[in-house]
Design a protein around this ligand. Structure first.
Ligand SMILES: Cc1ncc(COP(=O)(O)O)c(C=O)c1O
Length: 285
């Protein structure tokens, strides 16, 4: 059989180490909370559960691929232009879409030593090469990242705060990183855990996205909102990057039009309660 011609994946695909998720079972445990994936043991808001149950009898409908209502609700909650938001099947999906839109064979994408495993997977999936910048004290090091930029660099992924180290890069350092990157490089600020940080020197990235044309911020409903099973993430970016991602995305979210509870989305007091009970200090750092 093996001598017969058979389809070959593109070069690089078979070099990818598949993502290894945290264990989902443990001997003697009826229910497991995967802290390695940062699943919250506190569960989602009762309003989110009610909204989910309310669409249980409409599974035959395709979702709203443009996630219009959700983008509007996010725009209202964060004071952002909904036209500059893209929703995806988790922020994972958006990280992969950004890689697909901006990387090709021979390109390079930089991430730091203990960064999220999806970055090298998404990079290799396009035929590009992941380049690892060493960290200092388990924290992304702006100078190390900048020193690895070459003519082939097209993307820099920065998890801020990072998983699994829980460390973060202060906003003045993020701005220094951005200032040192060539304009052709997309800086992806992965702020999946932004809600857990309450330090004055932290900023998820909204300001930098708003004032540049090569920065994207990714966020997720999986972590503090406890909605990992829904696969809902979003990115906020410059119009040109949003346009590129919109051209290659699929019908990847499960959102509906007139999904009313989305319109009530807001950074509620529940978030501060969840943050305090999850981190103890209100910060992953
Ligand atoms: C740093 C980081 N970014 C992004 C994600 C992706 O989360 P999701 O695809 O559920 O939005 C995770 C999940 O573990 C993460 O740790």
């Amino acid at each position: 059989m093996s001598a017969l011609p058979h389809p070959q994946p593109r070069p690089g695909v078979l070099d990818i180490d598949p993502y290894v998720p945290g264990k989902s079972t443990a001997p003697g445990a009826a229910r497991v909370f995967k802290l390695s994936s940062n699943e919250t043991p506190l569960g989602p808001s009762p309003q989110a559960i009610a909204a989910y149950q309310a669409i249980a009898d409409r599974l035959e409908d395709y979702p709203d691929g443009a996630a219009s209502d959700l983008r509007e609700a996010i725009g209202r909650a964060f004071g952002l232009d909904p036209a500059r938001i893209v929703c995806g099947a988790g922020s994972d999906d958006l990280l992969n879409l950004l890689a697909r839109a901006y990387l090709r064979d021979g390109d390079e994408a930089i991430h730091t030593t203990h960064a999220f495993l999806v970055y090298p997977i998404a990079t290799r999936g396009t035929g590009a090469t992941p380049v690892v910048a060493p960290e200092k004290n388990f924290t992304a090091d702006v100078d190390a990242i900048l020193s690895r930029v070459t003519a082939r660099t097209k993307l820099v992924f920065l998890a801020n705060p990072n998983n699994p180290t829980g460390t973060y890069v202060p906003f003045d350092q993020v701005k220094r990183l951005h200032a040192g990157l060539p304009g052709r490089v997309v800086l992806v600020l992965d702020a999946a855990y932004a809600e857990y940080v309450s330090r004055n020197d932290y900023e998820a990235g909204i300001e930098l996205v708003a004032t540049s044309n090569n920065v994207v911020m990714c966020r997720t409903f999986s972590k503090i909102y406890g909605l990992a099973a829904l696969r809902l993430g979003w990115m906020y970016g410059p119009p040109e990057i949003v346009d590129a991602v919109n051209r290659i995305r699929g019908l990847s979210t499960s959102t509906r039009r007139r999904w009313r509870p989305a319109s009530r989305l807001s950074p509620t007091p529940r978030i501060s309660t969840l943050r305090a009970s999850t981190t103890g200090t209100g910060s992953p750092g």
